[in-house]
Design a protein around this ligand. Structure first.
Ligand code: FES
Length: 109
């Protein structure tokens, strides 16, 4: 149904909430909604776009746009704790799911 991305600061204050779209990276989705999201290299190299995944890790696809240049640490349940918004997105399964989901990402910006 609907997947919403909530972008928040480390202190918990909300930066923005916007709908997720398939076939786009998180940074692009944010920009589509008027958010000046920081990106630089666009290839998972510089780290400027790194976000901490607070909730619904299983719906974040870290290699949505392109494969990672280096491995990221997984938590014990196999999910990722962070993503790079220049190549990470939302799984197509979550977008097509019949339930609503809210993915919370933390970004210091
Ligand atoms: S913009 Fe450089 S890692 Fe994403």
């Amino acid at each position: 149904m609907t997947v919403t991305i909530k972008l928040q600061k480390p202190d918990g204050s909300i930066i923005a909430t916007f709908p997720a779209e398939d076939k786009q990276n998180i940074a692009q989705m944010a920009k589509n909604n008027g958010i000046d999201f920081p990106v630089s290299c666009g290839i998972w190299s510089c780290g400027v776009c790194k976000c901490k995944i607070i909730s619904w890790n299983q719906y974040v696809q870290i290699d949505k746009i392109s494969p990672p240049m280096r491995p990221l640490e997984r938590s014990e349940d196999g999910t990722f704790q962070e993503t790079f918004a220049c190549i990470g997105g939302v799984t197509s399964e979550a977008i097509k799911d019949s339930e609503d989901h809210e993915i919370i990402l933390e970004k210091n910006m």
